[in-house]
Write a protein that binds this ligand. Structure first.
Ligand code: ADP
Ligand code: MG
Length: 254
């Protein structure tokens, strides 16, 4: 469904991504791993249109998207979370999730201003979608809390609920368990598995190797902007290149 062909991105003459090619399969979880600075977030930024590749092609169901702006790409059904949380801290948890429905929500807001019954009905429908998404991520009892009052782990889950609420074709998750304790990590892992069972396609950027081995169908390894290996979790785990270049180093710094 998503195909990357020789995607490159330079910052000030230094390559952050060099000729990265791989594809994502529908309904599968692809994990993107690699040490800090490998280019993982840059790749997610290029796919989501937050940043633009200097070279290469990115195709969504055959359509070139590498030059499209972020809102157009979101409209095509690619949603994401951010490595550094991006929540509206004073807004309620529910309103943060409803922000994931921006396009429809804007219209709904206008409609509700007009107080037309049909439009009020639509607003209620959106609210229900938001409540369902929050329930999916174990936050049903916090919908009216200001986002700022949540724990770090809960905030991560609000971002995920926001990414999934629009029923996207593809969700890009940038380190969803970074900074979480074991219990929260297990919680998030369960939600990721549930979303996959519901048929969602995901690109999961993650440092937590146990989580990657647990949930991923396919693993792509980046090192210094280059794709050095890809395959099943088992194949990647036993790939000598990966063991040497990456896992050893990771475990050494973990
Ligand atoms: P990862 O997410 O794998 O840790 P990043 O994609 O954040 O890695 O970064 C890859 C490389 O690109 C790093 O060397 C980083 O310093 C550089 N980089 C990322 N974004 C920018 C930017 N906006 N300006 C300059 N350099 C950047
Ligand atoms: Mg990153």
């Amino acid at each position: 469904m998503l195909e990357l062909k020789k995607v490159s991105r330079w910052f000030g003459g230094l390559p952050a991504l060099e000729d990265v090619s791989f594809r994502l399969e529908t309904g599968r979880i692809t994990a993107l791993i690699g040490p800090n600075g490998a280019g993982k977030s840059t790749l997610i930024n290029c796919i989501s249109g937050v940043d633009q590749a200097d070279q290469g092609r990115i195709r969504l169901d055959g359509r070139a998207i590498e030059s499209l702006p972020a809102h157009t790409i979101a409209g095509l059904g690619i949603s994401r979370t951010f490595q550094n949380l991006k929540l509206f801290s004073r807004l309620s948890v529910l309103d943060n999730v409803l922000a994931g429905l921006t396009v429809t929500a804007e219209r709904s807001f206008l409609l509700s201003m007009l107080r037309l019954p049909r439009l009020r009905h639509q607003e209620r429908k959106l609210r229900l979608l938001g409540l369902e998404a929050l329930d999916d991520f174990g936050l049903a009892d916090k919908v009216d809390w200001p986002a700022a009052a949540l724990s770090y782990g809960e905030k991560k889950r609000v971002e995920m609920a926001r990414a999934f609420v629009s029923a996207p074709h593809l969700v890009l998750l940038d380190e969803p368990v970074a900074g979480l304790n074991n219990e929260e990590t297990a919680h998030v892992a369960r939600h990721i598995r549930q979303q996959r069972n519901a048929g969602h396609t995901m690109l999961l950027v993650e440092h937590d190797m146990d989580l990657v081995m647990d949930v991923a169908d396919q693993v792509v390894v980046l090192d210094s902007g280059r794709c050095i290996a890809s395959g099943t979790p088992a194949a990647v785990r036993s790939n000598p290149l990966v063991l040497e270049a990456y896992l050893g180093r990771m475990e050494a710094t973990a």
